[in-house]
Unconditional design. Structure first.
Length: 326
């Protein structure tokens, strides 16, 4: 293999991925994605197929069809290729409340079969330092906050310096301070490996990920960057105040080019409404506001697959590469 083709084949290459569960339930309906080093966000509502995709990439479940290559090697044919290079932070962890943080991590390292040159305890202490848990390592995990538990989980996931790190819904239930602490750690971890972050929280992706994909009903609806996603709907997002009857009229779908993205009851019967107006003028009283990634996500969610604007569906490869490099 030449140097340049080796370079080209670096990363994860997912082609035509299909997963049909007994039922049958089509959880993935032909997903294509190319993912390089750094943080990649996978956004979608519950039941979209995110965990299925993560589990196939982690080689924990076999796809019905399709291929997944890691740095050019087929992980479906040979799951060991992934299993020896993977760090995984699942949604739920089997925590033993009576163990100290350090003992819990030593146990997880034993289960993972990872050891350090100076032994498992020393490796556990090094990892605890990386996730800022040194001062809490002798406390029982039963008393840890949600954020501390997630950091302990992350310590086990990065043990052995994995090529691929998968984190599934990592910030659910964390308070804002813990969430931001966790963001910093994940960003550090993404410096020289592939990090796949699966979440339904748009802020996670907006904060962390230079690239993202949106999945719904097992179908990939967008493969883009936060900036391109916002640019695709720039000038089309409007905010205004309407009463309940006005909101009902807007939400009734009478207009095919105007969609309600969000509505908040502010007082009495007045609603603050955020609209996507694909074409034409906004309703009276509505003013243009800067588009956010959340707007772009909601537009993708509220629009039939074949009507999603092409620029939202897929970032142009050149622009995306330039943006990620910057
Ligand atoms: P997400 O992680 O986005 O919430 P999942 O990948 O868990 O989505 O699920 C995608 C779809 O596949 C859902 O309809 C879910 O009910 C279904 N599903 C997931 N796991 C199984 C399974 N083991 N057997 C049957 N259906 C499943």
């Amino acid at each position: 293999m030449s140097e340049s083709s080796r370079e080209l084949s670096r990363g994860l290459s997912i082609r035509g991925l299909v997963k049909i569960y007994p039922g049958p339930v089509a959880a993935l309906r032909g997903v294509d994605l190319s993912i390089s080093d750094g943080l990649f966000g996978l956004l979608g509502p519950n039941g979209a197929g995110k965990s299925t995709l993560m589990n196939v990439v982690a080689s924990l479940i076999e796809p019905t069809a399709g291929t997944v290559l890691l740095d050019g090697q087929d992980i479906v044919k040979d799951p060991r290729v992934m299993r020896t290079r993977l760090g995984y932070l699942p949604q739920d962890f089997g925590f033993h409340p009576d163990l100290t943080g350090r003992a819990m991590l030593e146990l997880l390292l034993t289960l993972k079969g990872v050891n350090g040159p100076k032994g498992r305890r020393s490796l556990a202490e090094e990892l605890l330092e990386r996730v800022n848990l040194t001062s809490a390592m002798k406390r029982k995990v039963g008393g840890y906050s949600g954020g501390m538990r997630q950091r302990l989980g992350l310590a086990q996931a990065i043990a052995g310096d994995p090529r691929v790190l998968i984190v599934d819904e990592p910030t659910a239930g964390l308070d804002p301070e813990e969430r931001h602490r966790f963001y910093r750690l994940i960003a550090e971890m993404g410096a020289k490996r592939i990090v796949l972050l699966s979440t339904h929280i748009v802020e996670d992706v907006a904060t962390l990920c230079p690239r993202l994909a949106v999945i719904r009903g097992g179908e990939l609806l967008a493969d883009t960057t936060p900036r391109q996603a916002r640019a695709a709907i720039d000038g089309q997002i409007f905010e205004g105040y309407v009463d309940d009857a006005g909101l009902a009229a807007l939400a009734s779908g009478a207009s095919t080019t105007t969609r309600v993205l969000a509505a908040v009851l502010v007082e009495g019967h007045t609603n603050r409404v955020r609209l996507h107006v694909r074409d034409g003028a906004p309703p009276p009283g509505f003013a243009e506001v800067p588009a956010t990634l959340e707007d772009a996500y909601l537009v993708v969610m509220r629009t039939p697959a074949d009507e999603i604007p092409a620029r939202l569906r897929k970032a142009s490869a050149d622009v995306a590469a330039a943006e990620v490099a910057a």
